[in-house]
Design a protein around this ligand. Structure first.
Ligand code: ADP
Ligand code: ADP
Length: 236
């Protein structure tokens, strides 16, 4: 089952002085249960690609399909709706709301849905996600009462609560010490083993290596296997 497909995707940023071809002819297929890492040097287009995958921005050319639906030319409102229902996003910063409980943070994406869920359904979904990240015991806490690693676990739970087609992860360990970062990576590994489809951007090769499909970006293009072999000295 194909979750995500990009065909000949390009992205050009135009400013007064110059044009930047941030992505050039990117082709990408992600199937259910895949665990994909994207790495490459600074400026190679990783954030741009993740932004397009997450419908935070629209491509300049090419076609993008989420669960078979062409989303390449949606309006901003339509894109936001697909993003909320089909995409889970985990960032380097946890982006939790400190004024409300962990439970309510995780419930937030459910409350933005068009098809309203009842209280019991919300509770079941949130509790299931708390369990997935081993944080059931913290549901009544406020985010600022938790460690960084715990906050990232909550952010992951929030990203999963709408049962997205894919979990997009942008340098999830960037704000964590290496020990805590390793634990967050263990959470992602475990989620993938339970069937969650993951696409993560990381500049840490020891994390990229955990993915089952490891993509390298260079100058806005995904390197193919022969290219990778011929420049094996490439350091990230
Ligand atoms: P990475 O995440 O791999 O560091 P980015 O996707 O952030 O790379 O950037 C890819 C290229 O696109 C870079 O040359 C960057 O300067 C350019 N770029 C990214 N976002 C913008 C923007 N909003 N406006 C203009 N140029 C941009
Ligand atoms: P961090 O390493 O981010 O500071 P903790 O070590 O406190 O976070 O919590 C992460 C892990 O520790 C979770 O897997 C959780 O199951 C476990 N844990 C921490 N406190 C408790 C608790 N009171 N009851 C059960 N498990 C806990």
């Amino acid at each position: 089952e194909i979750k995500i497909q990009m065909k000949n995707i390009s992205k050009v940023f135009e400013t007064e002085e110059m044009e930047t071809h941030a992505l050039k002819d990117v082709n990408l297929t992600i199937k259910a249960g895949d665990y994909v890492s994207i790495s490459g040097p600074s400026g190679c287009g990783k954030s741009t690609l993740l932004g397009l995958l997450g419908l935070l921005d629209m491509p300049s050319g090419g076609e993008y399909f989420v669960e078979g639906v062409n989303v390449s030319s949606l309006s901003l409102n339509e894109a936001a709706e697909v993003r909320n229902s089909k995409i889970g996003f985990v960032f380097q910063s946890f982006n939790l709301i400190d004024e409300i409980s962990v439970f309510d943070n995780i419930a937030l994406p459910l409350r933005y849905r068009k098809d309203k869920l009842n209280t019991q359904e919300i509770e079941q979904r949130v509790n299931k996600c708390l369990e997935l990240v081993s944080m059931t015991h913290r549901s009544k806490h406020k985010p600022n009462q938790l460690s960084g690693g715990q906050q990232q676990r909550i952010a992951i739970a929030r990203a999963l609560v709408n049962e997205p087609a894919i979990l997009l992860v942008d340098e999830a360990t960037g704000n964590l010490d290496s020990n805590t970062g390793d634990q967050i990576m263990d959470v992602l590994d475990e989620l993938n083993q339970k069937g969650t489809t993951i696409c993560m951007v990381t500049h840490e090769s020891r994390y990229a290596d955990r993915a089952t499909t490891q993509l390298k970006l260079l100058d806005g293009a995904i390197l193919t296997t022969p290219e990778l072999t011929s420049c094996s000295a490439l350091q990230y």
